[in-house]
Write a protein that binds this ligand. Structure first.
Ligand code: GLU
Length: 311
């Protein structure tokens, strides 16, 4: 599937991070991604996003694959896991370096937190004040001898806007609201923003459906598409799933991970309850993903985060 050749049918994707067992929120996004692709006659790609070798494991990746298939969420092709694609990310980074878009940075998190008058983004993270952007070649060489740098992308003072397939127009000024962001960490690990964009380009993904916690990453990714001269996919974000008390689900909620749920429910019961939370069924009746294809419409999916009754 590399080079985006799939007969022009369109390509959606699952991009799970195997840092634990999938929880119900992951399955909710995966179900909607699958239905959006399948109802449009598109194919699905699976990519294991295991950049973080400390948190991810091959065993978790195996369980993610098994759980998706158990639920009836299949895929047509698989991209090699991100942990095996360092050489490719290095090529992409080298292209950006050759175009003068990236710079090495030696600031620590503490430096940024303590920078005087550093503006903060709405999520509270300090916006990079540009400390290392203008270092001379000699200064860079001297600092490199002390410790390896991380690499940041120099972003423009420009508003990137796009129309999300579910939430509508979304805009962000990269310099003012985000700042020069990291593409590669000092320990050599590539950042999510670079890897996800480079991989979606390589696979020819045409539709990205994922949780709305990633909506605010999209302008950064769209800017990378522009620099890499690649056509951007359509993006559609989905509401997050909450527990009945409104609490957002996370991997810490062991009671809602598939290891526990599989002991208590069959796949069709889980899919039925998620389909009900997604507005596709009036009642949480057991069903397969395939049975939901004719019922799927983006207009039925709620905009607000939505609760699921499982416990
Ligand atoms: N790997 C990310 C996650 O599991 C998803 C990345 C994406 O869909 O862009 O949250």
């Amino acid at each position: 599937m590399e080079n985006g050749v799939n007969g022009g049918r369109g390509l959606g994707r699952f991009a799970p991070t195997p840092s634990g067992r999938m929880h119900l929120g992951n399955v909710f996004s995966a179900l909607i991604a699958w239905l959006s692709a399948r109802s449009a006659g598109a194919e699905m790609l699976l990519r294991i996003e295991d950049l973080d070798a400390v948190r991810c494991s091959a065993e978790n990746a195996r369980l993610v694959r098994r759980d998706l298939l158990w639920l009836g969420l299949d895929w047509d092709c698989e991209q090699p896991p991100q942990s095996t694609r360092t050489g490719y990310y290095e090529e992409v980074l080298a292209r950006l370096a050759a175009a003068g878009e990236i710079f090495p940075c030696w600031c620590t998190r503490g430096d940024l937190k303590n920078a005087p008058n550093a503006p903060h983004a709405s999520d509270g993270h300090p916006i990079y004040p540009g400390t290392c952007r203008a270092l001379s070649a000699a200064e860079r060489e001297a600092r490199s001898k002390e410790k390896p740098p991380l690499w940041r992308l120099h972003v423009p003072d420009e508003t990137i806007s796009f129309v999300d397939g579910h939430y509508g127009e979304y805009r962000e000024n990269l310099a003012r609201e985000c700042g020069d962001f990291i593409l590669r960490r000092a320990d050599g690990v590539f950042a999510y923003q670079l890897a996800v964009t480079a991989d979606d380009i390589a696979a020819g993904v045409t539709e990205v459906v994922r949780g709305r916690d990633l909506l605010s990453s999209t302008p950064r990714q769209l800017y990378l598409y522009r620099l890499l001269d690649a056509p951007a996919p359509r993006y559609a974000h989905v509401p997050l799933l909450t527990a009945p008390d409104g609490r957002r689900l996370s991997k810490r909620d062991r009671d809602l991970d598939l290891g526990v749920l599989r002991e208590r429910f069959g796949p069709q019961e889980i899919i039925g309850r998620l389909a009900c939370a997604a507005g596709l069924l009036d009642r949480p009746e057991p069903c397969t993903p395939r049975e939901l294809i004719p019922l799927f419409a983006w207009e039925k999916i709620p905009l607000d985060d939505t609760a699921v009754e499982m416990i």
